[in-house]
Design a protein around this ligand. Structure first.
Ligand code: KG4
Ligand code: ZN
Length: 422
């Protein structure tokens, strides 16, 4: 089946088309036909995402993203009459306007594009309904509703976090790997940090979660304290890596320490023998707690105090120690859960799963301590928010539960705090 998926839960407007089919008795082939993601850089100036600003950006960008996705998937066919038959239906148009009434110009932009094209060969629409920022979620949901109305298609509501878990099913060869259960998923994003036990597809139990900030959020906030742009994860990671390799920008005299660490003139970056270890120490919150919960707010505050109380600490030292501390806690709890639940598979998903130091540490530990267990990370572009993972989750939802075409569109609602169901 071909699924068109929509993702608008945070600051990425994503639309993807996936062609998914069964292969053999238990396998599946997942072929991406298109995946367009528009990342809203407007938030970079503020160091975080403002929900209403994100909503306005989704409103503005969703039609161009939709058009590009259809074109990439070769499903954009201009109507031979210059307009599709529905265009004459004033009743449909007024329904569209009603559904999109809170979305300014979106209704007009939608009617304009949809009138010009033929209905493509798509079997269902999948859309993120939560968790996330509700104003943005509503843009995607309303867009799914009007598409479903015009093209007479069923809508599959998708949990964004399930999307992150299932994102790993799309590997380079498009053949879905066989997942051995029980599986453990470490989900690390800007909004969530969770350890999820998975007994089967669709059967999830959250065994631990952050009590305050998410891991990605802590990366972003610490980056902001260090004067690095948003999103902070990749920036911190680059600096930490330089420190690990002893590639410190010169000169490091008093008053200049840490200046211009990223993007500075490469000729000023020299390998320095600095003894390898960082001299500053940050806490490892909840490392030894018996549960599987996390807490990153204290770690972030410790960085704040360190910057307040100590002069001229090179940024790269803080970045490295912060990354070391975060990864140490994430990995320690994950390893303990692997052992307790005898997990056969470890899945890592969410924006922070792109972190190379986390990947390397987990690879080493799994190889050493659980050599029989499989370890999966999302392939490039699937760690951070995208609609392809929503399409994959939509596909597995239909396999588990079937598609309820009769379900009324009005029952589709955004739920910012949507949790895992089982
Ligand atoms: O999953 P995602 O795209 O959005 C949410 O659902 O929240 O995750 C975004 C988060 C941001 O906090 C970003 O800083 C973090 O993922 N991130 C990283 C890396 N790449 C993205 N954190 C650490 N290292 C990275 N390489
Ligand atoms: Zn996400």
């Amino acid at each position: 089946m071909k699924i068109l998926a929509i993702e608008t839960s945070c600051d990425d407007t994503g639309i993807a088309v996936l062609d998914a089919r069964k292969m053999g008795r238990t396998g599946h082939c997942l072929q991406p036909l298109a995946s367009v993601v528009h990342t809203q850089d407007i938030h970079a100036n503020y160091g975080g995402v403002f929900p209403m600003m994100a909503k306005r950006e989704h409103d503005k960008n969703i039609v161009p993203v939709f058009e590009k996705a259809l074109k990439d998937a070769k499903l954009f066919t201009p109507s031979p009459f210059g307009h599709s038959p529905f265009a004459g239906g004033e009743k449909t148009k007024s329904k569209i306007r009603k559904i999109l009434e809170k979305d300014g110009q979106l209704a007009e932009a939608f009617v304009e594009i949809i009138s010009k094209i033929e209905k493509p060969k798509i079997d269902a629409i999948a859309v993120t309904v939560g968790p996330g920022l509700e104003p943005g979620l509503w843009v995607g949901i309303c867009f799914a509703k009007v598409l479903a109305l015009v093209w007479d298609l069923p809508v599959i509501p998708v949990n964004h976090m399930e999307g992150h878990v299932l994102s790993i099913l799309l590997q380079k060869d498009n053949i879905m790997p066989k997942i051995e259960f029980p599986a453990l998923a470490l989900l690390v994003s800007g909004g969530h940090t969770e350890l999820v036990l998975m007994k089967d597809f669709g059967k999830y139990k959250v065994i631990g979660a952050t009590r305050d900030d998410a891991a990605g959020e802590a990366f972003d906030k610490v980056a902001r304290m260090l004067g690095l742009p948003y999103p902070g994860g990749p920036e911190i990671s680059k600096l930490a890596d330089m420190e690990r390799k002893n590639l410190i920008p010169l000169p490091l005299t008093k008053g200049e320490a840490g200046r211009g660490s990223i993007g500075s003139d490469p000729s000023s970056i020299l390998p320095l023998p600095r003894g390898g270890k960082t001299q500053i120490t940050l806490p490892r919150p909840m490392l030894h707690s018996k549960d599987y919960d996390f807490s990153f707010s204290g770690l972030k505050t410790a960085v704040l105090y360190l910057l307040r109380d100590t002069e001229n600490i090179p940024k790269e030292k803080i970045a490295r120690e912060f990354e070391d501390a975060t990864v140490e806690v994430l990995v320690a709890k994950t390893m303990r859960a692997m052992k307790e639940y005898k997990a056969q598979t470890l899945i890592v998903g969410g924006g922070v799963s792109a972190n190379m130091y986390l990947q390397k540490t987990l690879k080493n530990r799994i190889k050493k301590e659980f050599p029989k267990s499989a370890l999966y990370f999302p392939t490039k572009g699937l760690s951070t928010d995208n609609a392809l993972m929503i399409a994959i989750a939509g596909y597995f939802t239909t396999l588990n539960k079937g598609i309820k075409k009769s379900r009324s569109l009005s029952s589709l609602k955004a739920n910012g705090n949507l949790g895992f169901h089982s």
